[in-house]
Design a protein around this ligand. Sequence first.
Ligand code: IVH
Length: 675
Amino acid sequence: MAVSASILKRIESLRAQLREHDYRYYVLAQPTISDQEYDRLMRELLDLEEAHPATISPDSPSQRVGGQPTKEFQTITHAAPMLSLSNTYNEDEVRDFDRRVRSVLGQEQFRYVSELKFDGVAVSLLFKDGLFVRGATRGDGTQGDDITQNLRTVRSIPLRVMGKKKGLEEFEVRGEIYMRREDFRRMNTDREHAGEKLFINPRNSAAGTLKLQDPKIVSGRPLNFVAYYLRSSARGLVGHYENLKILRDLGFPVSEHSKVCKNVESVIEYWKNWENRRDSLPYDIDGVVVKVDSLAQQTQLGMIAKSPRWAIAFKFAARQETTILREIKLQVGRIGTITPVAELDPVFVGGSTVSRATLHNEDYIKELDIRPGDTVVVEKGGDVIPKVSSVVKEKRPSGTRPFTMPNKCPECGSRISRPEEEANSYCENSECPAQIRARIEHFAHRGAMDIEGLGEAVVDQLVSQGFVHNYADLYELHKRKSELVNLERWGEKSVDNLLAAIEASKRRPFNRVLFALGIRHVGASVAQLLVNHFRTMDALMSASHDDLQTVQGVGPQIADSVQRFLEDRHNSKIVDKLRKAGLRFEEKLPRVVKQSPFSGKTVVLTGTLTAFGREEAKQKIEELGGHVSSSVSGKTDVVVVGADAGSKLEKAKKLGVRIVDEDEFSRLIRSSGSR
Ligand code: IVH
């Protein structure tokens, strides 16, 4: 049956609109219509295509998930080998690279382009007459797998390019498939709930997904693409940086962070800057890539072995290494929480040597089946606490045994119990010396009472020698100065210093004192919320469960815990002693009740703010009567957006939440009279 011209026109118009909206959503991250409107357009197109199957073309936005599951991928041969880059790890090595470049180019002028090195999977995309015709993995560099059907499901890869560029009838785009950290986490949480196997990190997860034989499953995974290389025989292409611009104009996602660098010093500066800022990006990078810009000079430089001489990877210190786990020890926390800790053969990861790493809890160890003697992968995340993220099972020696949680506390021999529905196990003895030490260490640490010189070793000594039994005893230590001076490793001077530091801690504000008490679930920010609201310890102690919950950010769990702590006779005695010692149990400053644009508002911060640190911005908002939350939801009033904002910004747009950029944020703060 012939299709009428008007229907054809409508179909073409729907396709064009959907393409445009895909581009706005997936490439620019600036959608202009709601999901429902998008779905309506797609539905209409699907209906028309079903009624007129002859009109269906492979580049229709409805045809992303067309292919049937395959048994194995076809092998393809790359038209030009996909080279890998040689790696450098420090400034000297990069200067060597620069010297080699200059020795070939002689006196010629040249410039570099510095880019982020995306930690994903390299792919090659072929385009003919504006259409995406084949996608492949790098493979061994010469031959790879044909994964076209999987790549078609990646929404940021255009099935048809935008506009036309002369001479570009046929070209190849290379780039990286990656997953954003937040998407990765969400996906893993879903998998956990569904009882499926977890992925280790975003890169493994992207790589694993591309290997799937069923494009339908691939289409449900949050894959992204970023283009970083254009290969074409078209005349008139002169430089890499301009090629990136051409790719952007054709509708490909291209990083905004690529930068022209005049010399190696500015390359090094770029590298340092991103090493510091990498955690502010929504995806993982493992270094930067430096390329000579001019294509003619690239040809002149040529290649050595399997790498070009015109480009180099300048990596960040690794954050993942393998080493041997010797032993699993148990650490007892201040409320008795037992944390299993891995004792490792020391290994250099992410700029420092690691010899211990957390194993979280019993379930985590069982899930990964971690055993003493195993070779394990140690990872240092953005939060710097090293963790064991997987086991290299192939390297497991014979005779290892699976881990079982002991039933006695290694420190005091009391029973260890694990409450139902909890992942943690606890030592039941609140007088356990390990718990006592942990409570005192927490009390003295920098974010709490900040008592200089009162670290792990000193606390251990004071507790084991019977000088202190709880943190209130610290304030009576001065009475026993002559005994202290005679302790091993101590003298007049060091004792004086310690006593002075303890004395100085009496001046810490109430919120720090409240945090230092070590009430379960009361971290530094909850302590601040409670102090803002109740002002004095007496008011806090007489607050009912409901009173406590009227504080924004305090739920039943925190309320329970605060009440249980304060009602305990032993604890109230200690609090009394602290009061008598002169610690602050009230906040004298008048409450901020002034009206401001943030009064009573729930605010979410996202992206990198240049003029403020995260903490500082948060403090300002709270000073002005606002509440800062970490995720965007229907309850969010304002989202403050810094550079490189990711999915939170998208969500805010979807929900129609008010969006404020950094300039406006600064103005609002200034107009509210905050410094
Ligand atoms: S350029 C000849 N640019 O790093 C140029 N590669 O060993 C080849 N990569 O396999 C690559 N970000 O997977 C280039 N901005 C970037 C990159 C990048 C990540 C990966 C890519 C490649 C490996 C180099």
